[in-house]
Design a protein around this ligand. Structure first.
Ligand SMILES: Cc1ncc(COP(=O)(O)O)c(C=O)c1O
Length: 369
């Protein structure tokens, strides 16, 4: 039987990293030096990120998870409770547990999907010293959360895994919290394959973070117990090139998010991704909300049948087996609704307007037939 590709729908991936010849060129340069581990390329990558967000220090790490772990370990949170949003990737809570702390799960806002200042205040106890809000999907936090943290005497450690390039007014995420941690996983705004970064203005803590990722070494002595979370020159070379592209990447994502918004606003039973006022979002994930209960998964199947990749939003940690016995505050109702109904659509450099129209047409057909 003759086969034809004419009727096979084009595959639309969820994400396509913007990497190519330029990254390869700089990686080749690293190879030619023979110095592959952390080195001058890492330093250059750190400087580029620090300058970009306007922070005094940037410390490269192997991932956002290890970046969060480093901050918490250096703060010495053993035995302490640490507030984290329930609606997040497990890494946020895992970092707390790795550092010997106890996560406390709080709910998020149903629209912007982030923890709020009110939720922080409700869950706060005087025995706490740090909390970890997540600027999820690249939506900056409500600025009230930073002032509330100061009022409560809490260090704000922002899980900004999705938010490199996000801004509140003219201030970049990465200079707003006491310490911020970014991810360079391939689904993030820029990528080094795997990688992470801490940004901070705190000189003393920056020195500790640096020492922790170098096995606890300070000068020539091992003054604390550390580990090896160094980012290699090879991956840092990728990061250097990616930093040259970041503004283009973010602006392209915003443009395509605007197109989705326009198309989806004409479709009943789905709420386009949140757009805040006075902020710039990265749209690391274009996550909308299916308003007809129980249809999100059916929609994902339909999209899949048409070769369109999709994802859920993220996880409601209290529903995952490993987190069932973790303390929680309140009903976590919004987190649960988001876990069941949020839907992430493809968004990347190769996505065409025709792809976006096709995606939205299938959504309309499935939800409103
Ligand atoms: C909110 C959040 N925090 C942390 C992480 C973990 O980042 P990494 O893979 O760089 O450890 C992720 C990854 O998806 C995330 O979404």
């Amino acid at each position: 039987m003759m086969t034809t590709t004419a009727n096979i729908a084009k595959t639309v991936p969820l994400m396509v990293p913007d990497v190519g010849e330029e990254e390869l060129g700089l990686i080749r340069q690293v190879m030619s030096t023979g110095f592959l581990t952390e080195g001058s390329f890492t330093k250059d990558f750190e400087n580029l990120v620090a300058e970009y967000v306007g922070a005094k220090h940037a410390i490269a790490m192997t991932s956002c998870t290890t970046a969060l772990h480093t901050v918490l370990e250096c703060m010495g949170i053993k035995g302490q409770e640490v507030i984290v949003p329930d609606y997040t990737y497990p890494a946020t809570a895992e970092a707390v547990i790795l550092a010997g702390g106890k996560p406390v799960l709080v709910d998020v806002d149903l629209e912007n999907m982030n923890m709020t200042a009110e939720l922080l205040e409700q869950a706060h106890k005087d025995s706490m010293s740090v909390f970890i809000p997540v600027s999820w999907a690249g939506v900056p936090l409500d600025p009230k959360i930073y002032s509330k943290a100061k009022e409560l005497g809490l260090t704000c450690l922002e899980d900004a895994a999705c938010s490199l390039g996000a801004k509140i007014g003219s201030d970049f995420v990465g200079k707003l919290a006491d310490h911020s941690c970014f991810s360079f996983h391939p689904r993030k705004v820029i990528t080094t394959g795997e990688g992470g970064m801490i940004t901070t203005d705190d000189d003393e803590m920056a020195e500790k973070f640096h020492s922790f990722k170098h096995f606890g070494m300070k000068g020539t002595a091992f003054e604390m117990i550390g580990t090896n979370y160094k980012l290699s020159n090879i991956l840092s070379a990728m990061g250097i090139v990616q930093m040259k592209k970041i503004e283009k990447i973010v602006n392209d994502r915003i443009e395509k998010a605007n197109i989705y918004r326009e198309l989806l606003s004409k479709v009943a039973n789905i709420r386009p991704a949140y757009v805040g006022k006075g902020t710039r979002q990265t749209f690391q994930s274009y996550t909308c909300y299916v308003e007809k209960e129980g249809l999100r998964d059916k929609l994902r199947v339909k999209l899949g049948e048409n070769n369109i990749q999709s994802q859920i939003g993220t996880y409601a940690l209290h529903l995952e087996p490993a987190y069932r016995n973790i303390r929680r505050v309140g009903s976590l109702q919004n987190s649960e609704l988001l876990y069941k109904n949020a839907l992430t659509l493809p968004l990347h450099k190769d996505l065409t307007i025709e792809d976006q129209e096709r995606v939205c047409h299938i959504i309309d057909e499935t939800l409103n037939a």
